[in-house]
Design a protein around this ligand. Structure first.
Ligand SMILES: C[S@@+](CC[C@H](N)C(=O)[O-])C[C@H]1O[C@@H](n2cnc3c(N)ncnc32)[C@H](O)[C@@H]1O
Length: 364
């Protein structure tokens, strides 16, 4: 039975499952995808979906919708007609009703985080995706200024883009952290390196979970400052260290003596060669019996094809905005890099949080 389920998971992308009619429908969805996206966002942010939802089973006429939203009659009408085609609203007699998809666009936290990230971080830049692919450069990042990677830009992004970036990042990792704590603290680690610790959320979780553990965060200066402020607010500065690093510089080594090195949603920010270089430095820094814990979202390890789809699309954010050479990996590609750096995987847990896999690695 287990084998059957596994085979089913592996088969998402092996066959063309669509009929000709379904395929031509999909082709039109793709042809109009940016328009569909902007229409759905407008229906959400201009208050139309909310007004219809509030009417419950009664529904609302176009006139009632313009009266609640204060939108011009013409604008509300074209958007609502687009909403019919997209499937966010239905119309019976003269009344509009919200559909299940409309409710998800309006209320589902994951959908909102994904849409905000697409709009505020990716949308404008994605116009240059072709160029990013050809040059292996994050050409879309130019929308925000002259930066080499989004990570250097993060602390300086416009407020809305920064808010949506962090909301997207935290939405996925935050939900996984509580599940990981008992696994991580099973052998009472004394010192954990949190590489790419960002604003300190994971480090704070650990400091609150175990009153004796010491944590060292490694990150770029902008993020490290935010982490320091957050950890100070909770009164834990005495057990936290902050190690400024640009990990892309091979000559910058990691502090030695850790029992655990933790990297969450971190290695996907780098190319294959860069990942090997980072893991080799983990190898040098780690205690002889230490373990590396990697938490990643692999598109081939998802239960649902829509989850794999979301990750495959997120890869193109890495291509166009983040740095031009990283991605949400296929675990088969990623695992070869772990091996190349001198580690072996001794434990793997899928379905952690919404979409993560946790890999425990030791020196070979
Ligand atoms: C996607 S975030 C993951 C944050 C956090 N670990 C989590 O699970 O939410 C990647 C982190 O890697 C850091 N990072 C990216 N490039 C880096 C570099 N060249 N040197 C050091 N840190 C870097 C970023 O600043 C960011 O905090």
């Amino acid at each position: 039975m287990l084998l059957l389920i596994f085979e089913f998971l592996m088969n998402f992308f092996e066959k063309d499952k669509q009929t000709a009619m379904e395929a031509i429908d999909l082709a039109q969805w793709i042809a109009f995808a940016p328009v569909v996206f902007q229409a759905a966002l407008s229906l959400r942010d201009l208050g139309i979906l909310e007004a219809i939802e509030q009417s419950k089973n009664k529904g609302l006429t176009l006139e009632e919708i313009t009266s609640v939203t204060k939108l011009p009659h013409y604008g509300a009408r074209v958007l609502l007609e687009a909403g019919l085609g997209i499937g966010l609203v239905t119309k019976l007699d003269n009344n509009y009703f919200i559909t299940k998809a409309g409710l998800f666009i309006l209320n589902d936290a994951m959908t909102r985080v994904n849409m905000d990230f697409t709009q505020d971080v990716c949308y404008e830049g994605m116009f240059t995706l072709r160029e990013s692919i050809q040059k292996a450069k994050p050409t879309g990042l130019e929308v925000f200024g002259k930066w080499k990677t989004v990570y250097e830009a993060l602390a300086h992004l416009p407020a809305q883009a920064q808010k949506s970036w962090f909301a997207f990042d935290h939405f996925y990792s935050d939900g996984s952290f509580p599940q990981v704590m008992p696994i991580l603290f099973k052998h009472k680690p004394k010192l954990i390196l949190d590489i790419g610790g960002n604003t300190g959320k994971f480090t704070l979780k650990c400091l609150n979970y175990d009153p004796e553990v010491k944590m060292t965060i490694l990150d770029l200066p902008g993020q490290l400052n935010m982490a320091k402020q957050n950890i100070e607010k909770e009164g834990h500065l005495n057990r936290a260290n902050f190690h400024e690093i640009n990990i892309l510089d091979d000559s910058q080594k990691f502090p030695k003596g850790a029992d655990i090195i933790w990297m969450s949603q971190f290695l996907d920010c780098f190319s294959e060669d860069e990942i090997v270089s980072i893991l080799k430095r983990c190898h040098e820094a780690l205690n002889e019996n230490g373990k590396v814990y990697i938490m990643e979202t692999f598109w081939d390890r998802q239960r649902f094809d829509t989850a794999a789809f979301s990750l495959q699309m997120t890869s193109l954010y890495f291509t166009n905005i983040a740095n031009g050479n990283s991605q949400m990996y296929d675990s088969a590609v990623f695992n070869k890099l772990i091996d190349k750096a001198g580690f072996k995987i001794i434990e793997e847990t899928d379905e952690v949080g919404i979409s993560h896999t946790v890999q425990v690695c030791v020196k070979k």
